[in-house]
Write a protein that binds this ligand. Structure first.
Ligand SMILES: [Zn+2]
Length: 258
């Protein structure tokens, strides 16, 4: 049986210092402080996460896939790179850079990787433009955050993006990020253990119900959806069934795989 891991993030080894070119900060880069290891660091010096070479080396990933019996990885950027908060044109530039990198790897290893792009959701027109470009460079879909600067994905301004995904046959992987309440629960990995599942519920019940009814043939994958989808059978049934919702792809991914 073909094994496909749909939830694997990747970064380019060298990320531009966007703070210098855009004139304001907040962007994440990689500090290669020793061989095979790097720190994801915001340009104000705040450390985000330690990563290893499998975060940027395609060959290392293939080696690890072979060890664990995975045939294909679906590549997407790390959600902290969405940059939805940035000025729209700058967000579009960072998206193009990240997408070109993923497309390069998919082109080089077409049997081992499938690519998902990122689009500047803060500007619908630019997002649709980049979405079309993603299709042209060989990506299979896009990864989007569960909210855009705390706006739910069901807001009318995002509809054209979902409609374009449907028209172009681009799949959508919805990934939690910028978790509501994150500042109030910094300890014990609570943003990931509590915030992320809450973000997915937010989309499943509040956002995607509206989107899916408008774009019924869109292909969606929801991060950790297996945790939340059973809820319609109990407490949430009334709220859910009041809206037509049809999730075409429900993928349960392990909470630790982030
Ligand atoms: Zn993830």
């Amino acid at each position: 049986m073909l094994k496909i891991d749909v939830h694997t993030h990747i970064l380019p080894r060298d990320i531009p210092k966007w703070k210098d070119s855009f004139g304001y900060g907040g962007f994440i880069g990689l500090d290669h402080y020793k061989p095979c290891c790097a720190k994801m660091v915001r340009d104000d010096g705040t450390q985000f996460r330690d990563v290893e070479e499998n975060c940027w080396e395609a060959e290392k990933r293939i080696e690890e896939c072979d060890e664990s019996g995975v045939d294909i990885q679906v590549l997407s950027t790390v959600p902290v790179m969405f940059n939805y908060w940035a000025k729209p044109n700058d967000g579009a530039e960072t998206a193009r850079f990240l997408n070109d990198h993923i497309a390069e790897i998919v082109t080089k290893f077409p049997k081992r990787f499938v690519g998902l792009g990122t689009v500047p959701m803060q500007d619908t027109k630019l997002a649709v433009t980049e979405l079309k470009r993603c299709k042209d460079i060989g990506l299979a879909g896009v990864q989007i955050g569960t909210n855009v600067n705390q706006l739910n994905l069901g807001e009318p301004q995002f509809f054209d993006i979902f409609a374009a995904c449907q028209e172009l046959g681009m799949a959508i992987f919805v990934h939690p990020w910028d978790m509501a309440g994150e500042k109030d629960m910094q300890k014990y990995w609570l943003p990931w253990l509590v915030g992320m599942p809450a973000e997915v519920s937010r989309d499943l019940f509040a956002d995607l119900s509206g989107v899916l009814s408008g774009c019924p043939t869109c292909e969606y994958v929801l991060h950790t959806a297996g945790v939340h989808f059973p809820r319609p059978s109990d407490v949430s049934s009334t709220g859910l069934m009041s809206d037509p919702i049809f999730v075409r792809s429900i993928i349960y991914t392990v909470l630790g795989s982030i």
